[in-house]
Design a protein around this ligand. Sequence first.
Ligand SMILES: C=C(O[C@H]1C=CC=C(C(=O)O)[C@@H]1O)C(=O)O
Ligand SMILES: [Mg+2]
Length: 432
Amino acid sequence: MPPSAITRRLSAMRTQTPSGFVRLGWPVMVERPLEWLRAQSVLPRFYWRSRGKDACEHAGIGCAHLVTATHEWEPAASPDGVETPRYFGGLAFDAEALGWPGFGACRFVLPRLELEHRAGRAVLYLNLYFDGRDRDAELDAAEAALNALRPALSPAPLTPTGFTRHDRPSAREWAEWITQATLLSDQARTPKVVLSRESRLATAQPVDPWILLNQWRQLAGDCFHFGFQFAPEAAFIGCSPERLYRREGTRLLSEALAGTSRRDGDPARDAALAAELLADPKNRRENQLVHADILARLAPLSHHASLAEPGIVKLRALQHIRRDIEAELHPWVRDRHLLAALHPTPAVGGTPRDAALKFIRRHESHRRGWYAGACGMLSHETTELTVAIRCARVTAGAVTLYAGAGIVIGSVPAAEWDELEAKIADVMSLLG
Ligand SMILES: C=C(O[C@H]1C=CC=C(C(=O)O)[C@@H]1O)C(=O)O
Ligand SMILES: [Mg+2]
């Protein structure tokens, strides 16, 4: 139950004319936001945690305001100018080839209730949005959300479930695509195209997406962790190492994360693999095409942008080349400009963007939906979005995994197929 000061404020609002955005928060005793989220029956439900060991966890339920097109979104400020709303959601990879019922091209939600967990302390926020609304209906909806709150559950293990696996494309089709994409004629048109595979694991018993996410994130330390469930039938979860961008006011952080090799348990061999990766022409090309594109697209939006030296990101089963990008944006730049410029980057689409999208639409028979899209949190002060890779769609009868690989000159079908396997290794190890 919320403290009486909160219920009193809600009652007082019934005799006032509140406007805009109002956020009421109070401390709560919640240790594990995912277990709190799993207990709630209200949809949508979602979870977001940025990369980095000090990142805050966000869990949200219900919807106080929905944005389905980022060009419509103008960040509202509360009347006191202190609190601004935070929206959680994402974009599909390709708005012209959606698939995935219920997700749509763009869906960002201002949660009705938002749990924020930072450094062991949790605060629950109730969000109210009065613009264009009937005051009493908005207050009724807020009170109903509070009455529907349930206490957190205890951590639960993943129920073991057998599955049968079906890949689209098959290894043979994949080899044909790679051959096609690396033909000289296609290389001239699309020097890089990121091709992907859908692996559908049909399960005998339903898998709880939040239990799966909870275990998955423990294998994926230095990653963004996310989950979105808009309707009972389907949830989208994942642990991605890649930042699309983080914007703090006019300061922008982005990165080129592309180029992959496996890891080795022996530290000396692991370091040798990293050195080989940094020196390998095919992997360097994959990465180079990403940072060149991001820098070119940021140029009209920023005063200056800088590119860091290549570094290695070590994940549990693989390592990637990463080059950090930093820019100072012009003051007129909004998230809608950044999204239009940066999404999809050549780390998941290819380059040039339109030619790569055409190649993907022509060859891939599965729908990417939100795989390779962008997801995270939007707000007036800070926006942070991850590139939605290393992810799964969980439905009643299946867990469907997605993985892609950047195809450039020098790509070998069998090696790229192995790269797809390595990219789903963490979640596969949990499903047994
Ligand atoms: C497209 C994916 O990974 C991208 C990110 C890092 C490395 C990549 C690569 O080396 O091919 C991909 O560009 C995916 O995991 O589905
Ligand atoms: Mg690659």
